[in-house]
Design a binder for this molecule. Structure first.
Ligand code: COA
Ligand code: ZN
Length: 305
């Protein structure tokens, strides 16, 4: 990523739509992904491979991956909550698979119906399944540690547990570990402390997945930028939230994140005007869903350019 300084990973088609009340027609999902990539986003989490009975929004996951794979220079990322989902994702050709490993015992049970340690057994099996694939077809596997900074069901999440599961993920064969503030409870000091702790323990951390539930999203990004983090997840129009974490709401807004980064001089590769125009696809595809974002409301005139 030499021509960009920060990788903005769009997670709206997964994190955003999993929490949307309306079904977005498949054609709109494809248009969204195409337009987001055309605006310059290099990585998009396009769907999750979950039981359609549980999250009907993801019934077209394989078709969405097939479409995304036709877009040049795009990393096609997905989420899979278990071995079956990961195998479906690999068969569909996903290039990156994030596995939600909840550090909170209670959220883990609510989200994947397994304890964190039972989930780690799945992570191990998924990495073994990856290793059986031809080398050039193997997806990157990320352990997406979730509820790292607090949990609405359990309350406090122990940093020692974060470290233990980060180490276990790497030992299980994951390519990388990312940290997620699933419930939007993190503060900037905590972001710095936990990120550095994990980095010191496993040598590298993939990136941060931040929700803006308590309005600290961009402050948390800034804290992370200061300690060298260069990959952030975000969602167009701030859609998002885990349906199995009470009170969880949207991700940081991709448009606002790009505005902040670009105006600070970090190159993202994203054309903000084109990105803002993508919101129209959401307005048409899921008209009942509220769209968030300060830059969309204010306009980009003030952007330092
Ligand atoms: N994709 C499609 N079908 C799946 C599946 C997957 N990834 N995983 C399980 N199934 C099917 C099983 O084959 C089984 O089908 P059957 O009833 O026809 O036999 C059924 O779903 C139940 O399977 P089981 O293994 O008992 O799963 P479960 O009911 O214990 O659910 C998870 C476990 C992990 C699949 C579920 O809790 C889940 O999808 N969680 C993720 C939720 C999510 O996306 N959260 C937000 C993102 S962090
Ligand atoms: Zn999320």
């Amino acid at each position: 990523m030499s021509d960009i300084d920060v990788l903005v990973s769009e997670v709206g088609p997964r994190d955003g739509l999993q929490n949307a009340k309306q079904f977005m027609p498949t054609e709109f999902k494809k248009r969204w992904i195409t337009a987001a990539a055309a605006a310059g986003l290099r990585e998009i989490e396009v769907c999750s491979f979950v039981p359609p009975k549980l999250i009907p929004q993801m019934v077209d996951a394989a078709e969405i991956v097939a479409h995304a794979l036709t877009i040049p220079h795009l990393t096609v990322a997905v989420l899979a909550p278990n071995l079956k989902g990961a195998i479906r994702a690999m068969e569909a050709g996903a290039q990156k698979i994030t596995l939600p490993v909840s550090v909170s015992h209670e959220h883990s049970l609510a989200n994947v119906r397994k304890t964190p340690d039972q989930m780690m057994d799945d992570v191990r099996r998924i990495c073994e399944a990856r290793d059986e694939m031809p080398k050039d077809k193997r997806p990157k596997i990320e352990s997406g540690l979730s509820t790292v900074f607090g949990c609405t069901i359990q309350g406090e999440v122990k940093e020692s547990e974060v470290l233990r599961l980060a180490v276990a993920s790497m030992e299980a064969g994951c390519d990388e570990v990312g940290l997620a503030d699933t419930t939007g409870m993190a503060n900037p000091a905590q972001i710095r402390r936990v990120y550095k702790l994990v980095q010191a323990e496993i040598g590298q951390v993939a990136g941060l997945h931040i929700h803006n539930t308590r309005g600290l999203g961009l402050a948390n990004v800034l804290a992370a930028l200061d300690i060298g983090v260069r990959t952030f997840d975000a969602s167009l129009a701030g859609l998002g939230g885990c349906p199995f974490a009470p009170g969880a709401s949207g991700n940081i807004v991709t448009e606002d994140l790009v505005y902040m980064l670009e105006s600070m001089g970090f190159r993202t590769g994203v054309d903000l005007e084109k990105l803002l125009a993508v919101r129209q696809i959401l307005s048409e595809g899921i008209p009942d869903e509220p769209l968030y974002g300060y830059v969309a409301a204010a306009g980009i005139n003030a952007c330092a350019r």
